[in-house]
Write a protein that binds this ligand. Structure first.
Ligand code: CA
Length: 217
């Protein structure tokens, strides 16, 4: 099910959006301030984020800088309708912009469009001489297929989507194994070693002291 995060502090608007999106078959989570949104995004991935700009805690622009490296699409929701605000939102990497008040039918259309565009663009990842097809889960190194296990594949995607960022073992574990990290770093280390060897990235997935690993291409 497609998961949408709604970050909007005005409850009536948030409730209306939630009801409409649920009705259209989306799974929704609502948070009402910027800090709660950032905390939640530490732990959970969403297919799309609807982000208000004027929020208590961190505002939408500040949150956007935090969200962008995570590679989740964002539609800004705002009462601000000036061209400058729109330009700022899009420059920061938002995928679309919706000025309040909006018709629900318009919201649904934008959500669909962004999701469709994003899935198409995201179906294929490239990193150096490695190509990843997310639909077929086929990985090629210099044009040659590489056989990866399911966990190795998920691990590779996580590294590629977070290039240059030091990933904590805990975070790696929770993302790839989808369960709570109990401090068993050997599982992560073992899989990273195997992935490195298979993909020929022994010198590219680097250990980060006391943290975990970072992909540097
Ligand atoms: Ca607001």
């Amino acid at each position: 099910m497609t998961k949408i995060l709604i970050v909007e502090d005005e409850r009536p608007i948030s409730n209306l959006i939630e009801m409409s999106l649920r009705g259209a078959g989306y799974a929704c989570t609502c948070v009402y301030d910027g800090t709660a949104a950032a905390d939640l995004l530490e732990r959970e991935r969403f297919d799309l984020i609807l982000l208000d700009i004027m929020l208590p805690g961190a505002n939408g622009y500040e949150l956007m800088e935090y969200i962008r490296p995570m590679g989740m699409p964002v539609i800004f929701l705002t009462a601000k309708t000036s061209v400058m605000d729109k330009v700022k939102g899009l420059r920061l990497g938002a995928d679309d912009y919706l000025a309040k008040p909006f018709e629900i039918i318009e919201l649904l259309a934008r959500v669909e469009t962004v999701l469709r565009r994003y899935h198409k663009a995201e179906a294929r990842l490239e990193a150096g001489d490695v190509e990843i097809d997310l639909d077929s889960r086929i990985v090629k190194k210099a044009g040659q297929p590489v056989g990866l296990t399911k966990k190795e594949f998920d691990l590779l995607v996580l590294f590629v989507q977070n290039q240059g960022i030091a990933l904590f073992r805990e975070k790696i574990y929770e993302r790839v194994w989808e369960s709570e990290y109990m401090g068993d770093s050997r599982t992560v280390d073992l899989h990273v070693q195997r992935l490195r060897r298979k993909i020929g990235w022994e010198d590219k997935i680097k250990p980060v002291y006391k943290v975990g690993y970072r992909l540097e291409l």
